[in-house]
Write a protein that binds this ligand. Structure first.
Ligand code: TA6
Length: 318
């Protein structure tokens, strides 16, 4: 992305630039060379690099369409107030296709959420037009932060601004960059039930060992653990996904046939990406007037030598 004007705000090690559509982007940096880039279009994280080598950890399609209102294919998309195409809205809801604003005075989060981090707070509120499409008055605050260790954290807070009660489903639609999908496995979803989007969301039960990939997968794993690991064998890298308030985990790879039907996705690109989304889909969240929901996602990319039994301990809450 080119940038025409850069305003350096030392307060939060944050830089604000514009993309070629003139839409603001926020770049977060940490002292060790890690960075994250967030577009105000959709509040979408479009880049995450967690070390000096500047290696991109999120997948972005080489054929992505950076044109409103289409969400860019890749990064981490905010799917709200609906995940999937089972409701009255566009698939995955409207939040990813709206322009968000930077929120300079957000209600405070726990001090730990800013300690040593560079972060930005974004805000989405419905316009009069939006209220015609989805008649609920909400405020959606998104905090994206980059830790000193390069971890990426997204905290979503949705508040019902004293309208009538409303329900929504949600996902952080996260495109992880992987070296070769046939060398990737997921640990943490074994034996869970899942809804299979390839079979009219019928319910099945996952077998007992780590997930591997040989064909299209489009599943919503239910009541999944707070820690899920995605192991990229070739790069000896593990993505550790920690989530709170997000009981489900969506796993998606379009594989060869579906890839060819997507204009904003290369035919071979399924080999180098995997969506593993912290989500709340099976049981939509209902907010009464004045109530607020929080959904938190923390992504780390660690050498796979970070042995998985430590994750096992974390998963068991030690
Ligand atoms: O489960 C993930 C999914 O719903 C897939 O069915 C696929 O449609 C993917 O999301 C991408 O959706 P999008 O609307 O971004 O093309």
């Amino acid at each position: 992305m080119g940038h025409h004007a850069a305003v350096w705000d030392h307060r939060a090690a944050t830089e604000i630039t514009k993309d070629w559509n003139g839409i603001d982007q926020v770049v977060l940096r940490n002292p060790h060379g890690a960075s994250a880039r967030i577009s105000l279009h959709g509040g979408q994280v479009i880049s995450w690099r967690n070390n000096e080598q500047g290696e991109e950890l999120l997948f972005t399609s080489s054929k992505a369409i950076f044109k409103s209102p289409k969400a860019m294919r890749g990064g981490i998309q905010i799917c709200y107030p609906q995940f999937g195409d089972c409701g009255s809205l566009d698939q995955h809801g409207f939040a990813r296709n709206k322009i968000w604003v930077i929120d300079d005075s957000p209600p405070p989060l726990h001090p730990n959420e800013s300690l040593g981090k560079s972060f930005v707070d974004l805000l989405l509120k419905p316009s009069d037009e939006d209220l015609k499409q989805w008649p609920h008055s909400f405020e959606f605050r998104l905090r994206v932060s980059l830790g000193a260790d390069g971890d990426l954290t997204l905290i979503s807070r949705v508040r019902n601004i004293n309208g009538k009660p409303f329900s929504f489903s949600f996902a952080y639609h996260s495109y992880l960059s992987v070296s070769d999908i046939s060398e990737v496995r997921i640990e943490g979803l074994e034996t869970l039930d899942y809804l299979d989007n390839l079979c009219r969301r019928e319910r099945f039960t996952e077998q007992g060992d780590a997930l591997t990939f040989e064909s299209e997968v489009d599943r919503i794993y239910l009541s999944s653990p707070k820690v899920v690991a995605v192991l990229d064998h070739e790069r000896k890298r593990t993505y550790v996904i920690r989530k709170e308030g997000l009981p489900d985990t969506v796993v998606w790879n379009p594989w060869e046939k579906k890839s060819k039907t997507m204009a904003d996705f290369g035919d071979e690109e399924y080999k180098h990406m995997l969506c593993v989304d912290g989500a709340a889909v099976e049981r939509p969240i209902t907010l009464k007037p004045g109530e607020e929901w929080t959904g938190k996602l923390k992504l780390s990319a660690v050498p796979s030598s970070f042995c998985t039994d430590q994750l096992e301990l974390q998963r068991k809450g030690f």
